[in-house]
Design a protein around this ligand. Structure first.
Ligand code: 26W
Length: 757
């Protein structure tokens, strides 16, 4: 972009604040940069085409946008230089940008990476979502427990643009008006799409009382307050259905309006629009689109046919409890106008197959959203090879037999603009110095790094970069949580939503084992820092018990001088995209230890790999593909294989008591959870509940894999001692990460499903 950056920034500083740039506070500089970036983005051309994608999702975990936008506008280096010349650090300025917490984790962050890649590949495609005022929640630690607080991020001056447009949404007992906002999504291509977010003007943040509690009954005041309000009670679940219908009704109206505005007939809407349904949260877009098309004059057959050709569905989970099923009575209350359409779809689905397992409405009057998606959309995809195979062979096998041609795999990816260039400029520059900058647009070129695994000088440089990132993380943690990290220790990191299947509890038990060994006289050669970052859903009791146990254990380790020379356990408060950008580049070991068959893909595994961490994990999700790419010598794999896990569930033959009987060495580890050290600091109710669950139920088989995990972890720690070998492994991981660029994923979605033009 051809502007005199220094002059431009000086002008705005003088106009807004009446002073020179160098005298502005970091906060003022943030607003100056926001202003100029938004202004520059206005003149970026919109990506146009004859067929457009709408990526509809309840979550978009976009993270801070300033650096990303500067980068994609091509002015990042220029701005950073001008700021430096004026004694200002871009990193310090960025701290004033609030991070919107519009997602739970992987699914929401994936949606954000996809928007970046769609725009970068110059494909016409917008995100469609909701503008939650208070995000998911802000996590604070109090008395070693998670406390949920509202997470406000909106202000008068933000990335949101008000379009001034409204769409009426008819609920059973009232009509509300969805207000459309838009955030520009500028690709590396220099062209842009948008993230469209709907909101309700009457929403009232003042109804939030203690923590994140609020009156769940008044839709007009609470509809877009939070992402996924607590669903442990009926009112919360009903509110979710209200949110979902609000999203899809406004979204479908907007799509129809777009198509009409181009003068295209709605009878061929599928030639001009593709709706990618991100998990089942927006599934009601199917009956809603059918309803609206019928209102526009299409027959029911035409409307159904066009909708089936327009929509495509992505499945992100095989956990049965995460597959949404809503009672018909809820839908009757929220959106009675779509109920007859769902009933008609159910009737037609039963015509296609009389297998009760593929019914949309089951005998209990539950509407299976995923079933509706598969019957009435053109594509169903999983998000990693093994995940899609499990869907085809097990979880959705009956559907696969019915529609083999609809099933396909799209292994997830991540945007290298954020997860390498922006968060690790040192590594980016180093790679450029070795192989040129071609990998920035063609990620497979990273493989050109492979010859350097034998180059000791290169490996030493890589080690230096890792140390720089560890030091940056140490500064960040000191500032954010007043925690001191030892940068000479191994950084062993597990960051992701807290869930039993992801097995943070297994990581904790292995850490307890290390603690006990040290207490018994073992003196590790290498200190290790085990870092966790995770939010637990507010109503997920056991997940919160695990956080409690980690926080209590962390304190025990910290205050024991015999142990704290050799190990440290840290839990990052309020893990978010901003933390991830600091943690991931600093990691030596990437913990990906889900129970095989349960993690659909995982995406942090890819981010860690790209930043030169070595995976310690199970053959699950995309770990399987990482394993294939880097080979067994560059990854630490352990644990029960997915076929065996699936078989165990089918037979119901897993009992943690049997493991404890067979492996008595595990007893003291597990019992530590309720031993005197833990009890002295912790809440006995939480710790006993956790202990009881692990020893009697252990649904995700942590004990079954614990021994193998502890062994493999020791191997990884031992391997770290040989620095040349370790960084050769790290470099191999970086070199083979090209496959996981979301540019590749999006190109595949486009070739196989979207066919945008
Ligand atoms: C019932 C509502 C519900 C259920 C599950 C809301 C949200 C969720 C999850 C947070 C969904 C999710 O994030 N799934 C993750 O999606 C990623 C992107 O495909 C995958 O990499 C992860 O394996 C998967 O857990």
């Amino acid at each position: 972009m051809d502007i005199d950056m220094n002059q431009t920034l000086q002008n705005i500083a003088s106009h807004y604040y009446g002073k020179e740039l160098k005298d502005c506070t970091d906060r003022e500089v943030y607003y100056i940069l926001l202003d100029i970036t938004k202004e520059l983005m206005k003149s970026v051309p919109v990506i146009e085409g004859d067929r457009k994608l709408y990526y509809i999702s309840a979550e978009f975990l976009i993270g801070k946008l300033l650096s990303n936008n500067l980068l994609n506008l091509g002015i990042y280096a220029d701005v950073r230089k001008v700021l430096e010349e004026n004694g200002i650090s871009l990193a310090a300025v960025e701290e004033y940008e609030p991070e919107p917490s519009l997602g739970n984790g992987g699914l929401g962050r994936l949606a954000a990476c996809f928007l970046d890649s769609i725009a970068t590949l110059e494909l016409p495609g917008d995100g469609v979502g909701l503008n939650y005022h208070l995000g998911l929640f802000h996590q604070a630690f109090q008395n070693y427990k998670q406390k949920e607080l509202p997470d406000p991020w909106l202000s008068d001056n933000s990335w949101l643009n008000d379009t001034g447009k409204y769409y009426p949404v008819e609920f059973g007992d009232r009509t509300v008006h969805a207000h459309l906002y838009s955030i520009d999504v500028c690709g590396y291509s220099g062209k842009k799409n948008a993230l469209k977010l709907f909101d309700l003007d009457t929403v009232n943040e003042a109804i939030v009382t203690e923590g994140i509690d609020f009156d769940k009954s008044d839709i007009e005041e609470n509809l877009t307050l939070f992402l996924y309000p607590d669903d442990s009670d009926e009112k919360g679940r009903l509110l979710r259905v209200y949110q979902q219908y609000f999203l899809v009704s406004a979204g479908a109206q907007m799509i129809i309006e777009d198509v009409k505005a181009h003068g295209w007939p709605l009878t061929s809407i599928s030639d001009h629009a593709v709706i990618q349904i991100n998990d089942t949260h927006p599934s009601m877009v199917i009956p809603e689109l059918i309803r609206l098309l019928m209102n526009e004059g299409l027959t029911i057959d035409q409307a159904i046919e066009q909708t089936e050709k327009t929509c495509a569905y992505t499945n992100h989970t095989i956990l049965a409890e995460a597959l949404e099923k809503w009672p018909e009575s809820f839908l009757e209350k929220v959106a009675p106008q779509i109920v007859p359409i769902i009933e008609e779809l159910d009737r037609r689905a039963k015509e296609r197959s009389d297998n009760p397992k593929t019914a949309i409405i089951d005998d209990n009057g539950l509407v299976h959203m995923a079933h509706m998606d598969i019957h009435f959309s053109k594509s169903t995809n999983g998000v990693a090879k093994i995940h899609t195979d499990i869907l085809k062979n097990t979880e959705l096998h009956d559907f696969y037999e019915l529609y083999p041609e609809k099933f396909n795999n799209k292994t997830n990816g991540i945007t290298f603009r954020r997860w390498l260039q922006a968060c690790n400029p040192q590594l980016t520059d180093w790679i450029i110095s070795k192989i040129g900058d071609g990998f920035l647009t063609d990620s497979d070129e990273l493989e050109k790094l492979l010859p350097f695994v034998k180059d000791k000088k290169a490996l030493a440089e890589l080690a230096d970069i890792k140390m720089t990132k560890k030091k940056e993380l140490a500064v960040f943690m000191k500032k954010r949580q007043n925690i001191d990290l030892d940068v000479n220790s191994i950084f062993d990191i597990q960051v992701k939503r807290l869930h039993e299947y992801k097995r943070q509890q297994m990581n904790l038990l292995s850490a307890i084992n290390l603690y006990q060994e040290i207490k018994n006289g073992y003196k590790p050669e290498q200190k290790v820092t085990i870092i966790f970052g995770a939010k637990a859903a507010p109503a997920y009791i056991l997940a919160k018990d695990i956080i409690h146990a980690i926080l209590v254990f962390s304190q025990i380790v910290d205050s024991d001088p015999e142990v704290n020379k050799y190990m440290q356990v840290v839990m990052v408060e309020n893990y978010d995209v901003t933390c991830a950008e600091k943690l991931i580049p600093a990691a030596d070991i990437s913990e990906q230890i889900s129970l095989a068959s349960k993690e659909a893909s995982g995406t942090s595994n890819m981010k860690f790999m790209l930043n030169g961490a070595v995976t310690l994990g199970t053959d699950d999700g995309a770990n399987v593909e990482i394993h294939d790419l880097v080979g067994g010598d560059n990854i630490f794999i352990f644990g029960t294989e997915s076929e065996d896990v699936i078989e165990s569930y089918a037979k119901g033959d897993y009992h943690p008591q049997e493991v404890l009987e067979k492996e008595p060495n595990l007893d003291p580890i597990v019992n530590f959870l309720v031993g005197e050290e833990m009890m002295a600091l912790g809440d006995p109710e939480c710790l006993h509940r956790l202990h009881h669950d692990i020893t009697t139920k252990d649904w995700f088989m942590a004990l079954r894999d614990l021994d193998a995990y502890m062994d493999e972890r020791k191997k990884a720690y031992a391997a770290y001692a040989d620095k040349d070998k370790w960084f050769a492994m790290a470099l191999t991981n970086i070199a083979m990460a090209g496959y996981f660029s979301s540019d590749r994923t999006i190109a595949q979605y486009n070739d196989d499903i979207w066919k945008l033009k």
